[in-house]
Design a protein around this ligand. Structure first.
Ligand code: 3HC
Length: 327
């Protein structure tokens, strides 16, 4: 453990302070770290990066589905989708609040999103072309998110772990509503089944990319796992996701678009093809199919909301001035 701490803090083992060591021992005992307590600067920065990226993913993730609210096929589907998209906004807010406890404001985080300095999940840079994509997004994207986020309920930072409890409950509803759409489509007309298969074909590999690069290329995993900011490695979670999802695809009568997919008795899991990592890094660099559109929509929403933020500040100032005058 100390060797990992040394790596991230850029200190030699001899330079580790008694605080660094006591902190790691608290983590190893499974204690929660709370906002006002001492923490290494690297721990704080890593949390801000991960929680901030997660919050941004929730907010940007509203866009591909929000795009379908007016085109949902029935009133019931429209209500469900609307509720789901609203939930994502709520998740963003809990997470921005959790990040604020680490000394960074929501405005600062949003500025970093808008300037491209901070990332959001690669998956949201892919388009949602048909109604079947609403099913596949709920089933695969929310399914991958839960796989990653259920263990994060046990993460070492108190406000983050508590935010994850509610988020996970709602994400499981999202996953089920997605699967329910897929069941309807996969057992519908031949055209509907074709749309369901097409959505799976397009979203399978981008969903596998959500877990991040292979462990050998992951920059932060070792340190983040030592600090229990991450509970599992990227490859471990990707494997669990594939093992859970393949039987669900079979139940739908759909084919996972991977000729190398094969049950491996020895490891007790599927062998499967890696996503195209060049494509993943291109998406991270801003060159995915929808990066410009997604970021453009967020920047526009921020700029369009300026009058409202200004009005709120003016109102608060007026109220404070009145209170002083009344004293
Ligand atoms: N999309 C965008 N960037 C990614 C990524 C992805 N799918 N996977 C990895 N990266 C980035 C990392 O942020 C890091 O870049 P940085 O140093 O500039 O920040 C770089 O690639 C190297 O990857 P690492 O494996 O070293 O990075 P992490 O240890 O941070 O692991 C992670 C990546 C697994 C995504 C981790 O950050 C994590 O568990 N995050 C919390 C969960 C989260 O963010 N989920 C978003 C999913 S979408 C969602 O929840 C919305 C819901 O409504 C569906």
């Amino acid at each position: 453990m100390y060797a990992q701490l040394v790596k991230s803090e850029g200190k030699s083992q001899a330079e580790l302070t008694p605080e660094d060591i006591a902190f790691q021992e608290r983590i190893d005992r499974g204690e929660k770290i709370e906002p006002k307590e001492w923490m290494p600067e690297g721990y704080r920065k890593t949390l801000i990066r991960q929680i901030g990226q997660h919050a941004h993913s929730e907010i940007v993730g509203q866009l591909p589905e929000g795009n379908w609210i007016t085109r949902a096929p029935t009133l019931e589907r429209k209500q469900i989708l609307l509720a789901k998209v609203q939930d994502e906004a709520g998740h963003g807010l809990y997470l921005y609040c959790a990040a604020e406890t680490l000394g960074v404001s929501r405005d600062q985080l949003l500025e970093k999103l808008h300037s491209g300095e901070m990332k959001y999940s690669s998956i949201f840079n892919y388009p949602t072309l048909t109604w079947a994509d609403m099913g596949a997004v709920g089933w695969l994207v929310d399914g991958a998110a839960i796989m990653n986020q259920v263990p994060l309920q046990r993460t070492s930072y108190g406000p983050y772990s508590r935010a994850m409890i509610r988020i996970c409950k709602e994400e499981s509803f999202h996953q089920r509503q997605g699967y329910a759409i897929m069941m309807k489509m996969a057992t519908g007309t031949p055209e509907q089944k074709r749309m369901a298969q097409d959505a799976l074909n397009r979203l399978w590999y981008p969903s596998l990319m959500m877990f991040g690069p292979s462990d050998k290329d992951s920059v932060h995993s070792v340190q983040s796992m030592a600090w229990k900011i991450k509970m599992n490695s990227n490859d471990e979670l990707r494997q669990k996701f594939v093992d859970q999802t393949v039987p669900q695809a079979e139940y739908l009568g759909l084919t996972v678009p991977d000729p190398n997919l094969k049950w491996n008795e020895e490891k007790g899991g599927y062998d499967f093809s890696e996503p195209d990592w060049d494509e993943f890094y291109q998406v991270l660099k801003g060159n995915g199919p929808c990066n410009k559109e997604r970021l453009g929509a967020r920047v526009k929403a921020w700029e369009d909301g300026a009058w409202y933020r200004d009005a709120m500040v003016a109102h608060a100032k007026k109220k404070a001035a009145r209170a002083v005058a009344a004293e």
